[in-house]
Design a protein around this ligand. Structure first.
Ligand code: F6R
Length: 620
């Protein structure tokens, strides 16, 4: 979603702003702008444009003075209120200030009406400009930036992260947030702020998350923060373990491809700290033996890919631990007055970013109802991680590509471990059976994913007919149906091919009418107990002219005497037949990710930043 950067220091601000914005590009954006403090008669210079950083850099050439300032703020905008054009781009500059904003102001219509009545005509269609003018007017009254910011906050409904420069204080950046992240860091040559950690790493690895109800004040020589009553608020720093290099492409053409390839390591990193004596071990009170015995049901709540990992979690927990699990789309959950059972249920919130607005709101809803909450999150210190009762971090490292890949795999892996722990405590599996699964999960699964990655060229060779189509069906049964939902999402979001995932047995209840000569169908078949059923569905669609690509295991291909044509054989998981957990899911997920990647590549799509999408959806 939108990105914020700010710098004040000894050095020229513009290179820091542009580099910070470049680091934030992965969040997805459609316009971009900067304000630089110059002092003098016209103390703030704002340059902004529709389009990408390239367009901004071009426009800056006609404003050479921008290179001189030592304090500035910048923004990448992903349009919510008003079209992506120059006037709606941030920063928004008023009589007294220039401001950038992430989030959504929900009562902007009311504020606009009020401003109109006061004779102020807004230049843009944005909610942000209304907030900027509200702040401007309050500042005109008091000339106290902190007081004006807190009084503005009292009037705003919705979410925001603001960075502001006041014209009569051109060497200071003020910042404040609610439900949208802001991080600050002090480097050797100045102080910086950003909406995401990668943009700050060039300044310092010691980053502090700005708390809510706090105003941060950044000056050349330091950062301090105050609360509403004017008392200083401490900003404890966290040392960022990964470096800029890790957040860069490392020689890959695309972040997505790099992140797909990182999966074996991400799986090992996520699993190994949660294993003790060969058994799942979580040092969390909610997962201790007594508490687990009281759990009567679970609920997985998330959006998009993370929600698809929840489907896998449901399948595994119900199958192995025999506990009922509901999977909820966060944006639906929060508005449907769900029936919750605070005494007997555990709500699990899955999120890569930990900043997804709907997931965060659903978490708050569950907490308000008194239900114990557990977050499974990748970004350390993110809002979901901080607000849940307990958190299990997936240790995938930074995920930059908009399309989530490694975060999904590690979420599935942690949920597998959780299912095994629940099954052990509930007496549904013996220690010996759990140990065998854990061993396979930690050793065979990363190896099978590595072997799948080695099949990238073979997968690329299967892509041309898919790349040429405009519609595609993914079919599978059991866990394969769950994996198809993610395979289909991955394909459509980055290749813009319309696709649908269907449980194979459901096709004949309507959708099969869409199958005609040449309709492409991808059949995923890794579950031996349901393979005969999936094969029937494959025959049904083939009989109606479908062009079927079957993704399966060698064992099933043999057992069903499949011809080699149009079949992709997944690497085997040794002793899979003896294990109760369907670990073929991991190489299968990886193969579907590669398939989507190569299809998008063949279609010349913008893989890391697909159109209309943003990495972290911090608006409702
Ligand atoms: C798809 C994708 C999205 C996210 C969803 C939730 O590739 O990345 O569907 O999974 O927006 O995001 P997080 O996991 O950050 O809560």
């Amino acid at each position: 979603m939108c990105g914020i950067i700010g710098y004040v220091g000894e050095e020229h601000a513009l290179p820091h702003l542009l580099e910070g914005l470049r680091t934030l590009e992965y969040r997805g954006y459609d316009s971009v702008g900067v304000t630089v403090s110059l002092g003098g008669e016209e103390p703030l210079l704002t340059v902004k444009t529709k389009g990408k950083l390239r367009e901004l850099t071009e426009k800056l050439k006609t404003h050479p003075a921008a290179a001189d300032g030592r304090c500035g703020i910048g923004h990448t905008r992903w349009a919510t209120h008003g079209a992506p054009d120059d006037k709606n781009a941030h920063p928004h500059t008023t009589r007294h200030l220039s401001l950038v904003h992430n989030g959504i102001i929900e009562n902007d219509a009311e504020l606009r009406a009020e401003l109109r009545e006061a004779g102020i005509s807004l230049l843009s269609d944005t909610d942000t400009e209304a907030a900027a003018w509200l702040l401007d007017r309050l500042y005109a009254d008091s000339r106290d930036p902190v007081d004006a910011l807190f009084r503005t906050a009292e009037r705003l409904r919705g979410s925001y992260a603001f960075a502001v420069i006041f014209k009569d204080r051109p060497e200071v950046i003020y910042a404040m947030r609610r439900d949208s992240p802001l991080i600050v860091a002090r480097g050797a040559q100045g102080c910086a702020l950003a909406s995401d950690v990668p943009a700050l790493l060039r300044h310092s690895r010691a980053c502090a998350r700005l708390p809510e109800d706090t105003v941060a004040i950044l000056r050349r020589d330091g950062i301090h923060a105050v609360n509403r009553r004017g008392f200083a608020v401490s900003l404890p720093t966290e040392e960022v373990a990964w470096d800029t290099e890790q957040a860069q492409k490392g020689g890959y053409a695309h972040f997505m491809r790099k992140e797909i390839d990182e999966q074996p390591d991400a799986l090992r990193r996520t699993l190994s700290p949660r294993i003790r004596d060969g058994l799942p071990h979580f040092s969390l009170p909610s997962l201790d033996t007594d508490r687990i015995r009281r759990v009567r049901s679970l609920r997985m709540i998330a959006c998009g890919t993370a929600m698809h990992a929840g489907l896998v979690g449901k399948r595994l927990i119900e199958q192995l631990a025999r506990l009922p699990v509901q999977v909820e789309i966060a944006s639906e959950f929060r508005y449907r007055d769900p029936l919750l059972d605070p005494a007997g249920e555990l709500c699990v919130f899955l999120s890569q970013s930990g900043e997804t607005a709907d997931t965060l709101a659903a978490l708050r809803h569950a907490r308000a109802a008194g239900v114990p909450t557990l977050a499974i999150v990748n970004v350390v210190g993110s809002s979901v991680a901080r607000e849940a009762d307990e958190v299990l971090y997936t240790l995938a490292g930074p995920e930059i590509a908009v399309a989530s890949t490694k975060a999904y795999s590690v979420q599935c892996a942690l949920l597998t471990l959780l299912a095994l722990r629940l099954a052990l405590v509930n007496g549904r599996m013996t220690e010996e059976a759990v140990r065998a699964c854990v061993r396979s999960l930690c050793e065979d699964v990363p190896a099978a994913v590595t072997a799948t990655l080695a099949m990238s060229d073979r997968i690329a060779a299967l892509v041309p007919p898919l790349a040429a189509c405009e519609h595609l069906y993914f079919i599978g049964r059991g866990i394969d149906a769950d994996l198809c939902t993610e395979g289909s999402l991955k394909l459509k979001e980055i290749s813009y091919i319309h696709s649908e995932a269907y449980p194979a047995g459901e096709l004949k209840h309507g959708t099969i009418s869409l199958i005609e000569e040449g309709t492409p169908v991808l059949a995923l078949m890794t579950d031996p107990s349901l393979s005969a059923k999936t094969l029937t569905a494959i025959r049904e669609v083939r009989a109606r002219g479908a062009h079927v690509l079957t993704v399966t295991t060698a064992a099933l291909a043999d057992a069903l005497s499949l011809s080699a044509e149009n079949v992709l054989l997944l690497p085997a998981i040794p002793s899979a037949a003896a294990l109760p957990a369907p670990f073929a899911l991991f190489p299968a997920a990886c193969a579907l990710q590669l398939l989507a990647y190569h299809t998008a590549l063949a279609r010349g799509c913008h893989i890391d930043q697909p159109r209309n999408l943003a990495k972290s959806v911090t608006v409702e």
